[in-house]
Design a protein around this ligand. Sequence first.
Ligand code: NDP
Ligand code: GDR
Length: 365
Amino acid sequence: MKTALITGVNGQDGAYLAELLLEKGYMVHGIKRRSSLINTDRIDHLYQDPHEKNVRFRLHYGDMTDSTNLIRIIQETQPDEIYNLAAMSHVKVSFDTPEYTANADGIGTLRLLEAIRILGLEKKTRIYQASTSELYGLVQEVPQKETTPFYPRSPYAVAKLYAYWITVNYREAYNMYACNGILFNHESPLRGETFVTRKITRAVAAIALGLQDCLFLGNLNAQRDWGHAKDYVEAMWRMLQQDTPEDFVIATGITTEVREFVRMAFGELGIEIEFRGEGVEERGYVAACNNENFQVETGKQVVAVDANYFRPTEVELLIGDATKARTKLGWEPKYDLGMLVKEMVESDIIEFEKAGKVQFEHLIS
Ligand code: NDP
Ligand code: GDR
């Protein structure tokens, strides 16, 4: 039985990856940091009582800023594969917490790599580093691929740039099996509520149900190559099963404006949105509502731009070329954006229902 260690196991990707590896028969160890309230919702369905026999999923308290903790957990678990998913992953927040972001996302990766070396596990342990399309930042070339130059545009992306190169350096210097997955945006019903897709799908559900009036967003012009997290964790695993370690772009190859994502999400509930104005004056109004289950009046303003959500430096356009992953890893996404939006909106409606805010099982088509 192979053993995997996942940092950031209770995040969006950690949850999908843990599920995938358990399905594949792995022993899965996950690192989560201590929180004042329990925040394991995404992995509660995988939980196994540690007192039982043959437990294949275990959680360990840890933090990417604590070297001795990481060394001890790796020593105890002796993983064949480490997936380094833990990070302060919010681009806008990284402008508020740049030093912490550098520490957790940049130096945290170094700590893991050094832990493997200190423990003499260079030959045994393979490592996946969660690199990002944010590395491309200011557009140099489209579509972006493995050879496209980087130009990071946030403290988050700069920290991830360090993590990218230290991973490459340890691979070359110490012959370690270390890979960067340069993943473009990937979403799901498990996406954190402050990332734009989930913020939109939650608000669309709440507005349709009469629980919220207006959705305030930042830059509606930004274009992202959005995929489904479930497809992307499969690519992470495939990267660690090759004969030689390499870096791979994972993307759908299709880019969409934030504004269009808003239209699609409302569209799922039969609500048509018309945008008027420009820049911070831009507003979205209900042009028509042809779903009798939702009483959203035509002409009502449901979207507004709030400059507080703008970033000091923005990444305007991301579109990835995943030809290398398709060819060498045999990776293909199963979801398209339409399927993703539908799943997210439906899931948010069900969440409001579970929370007892409304009763409308019959409303979802
Ligand atoms: P999430 O924000 O959902 O999850 C991040 C995880 O990291 C959480 O479990 C979080 O714990 C944990 N974490 C944060 N800081 C620390 C720390 N100092 N020590 C230990 N754990 C920590 O991110 P995603 O699942 O979406 O992304 C996974 C990784 O992939 C991240 O590194 C992200 O930067 C990267 N990435 C994501 C993409 C995406 O579109 N989703 C695209 C490309 C890269 P807690 O719950 O306590 O906050
Ligand atoms: P991103 O994701 O910055 O691409 O990073 P996010 O969903 O936060 O933003 C995408 C785009 O939408 C614009 N936007 C808004 N964003 C947020 N969060 N909130 C808003 O109200 C809003 N309005 C407009 C943003 O300006 C941006 O252009 C994600 C994270 O998962 C990173 O960890 C990961 O590395 C990259 O994707 C790939």
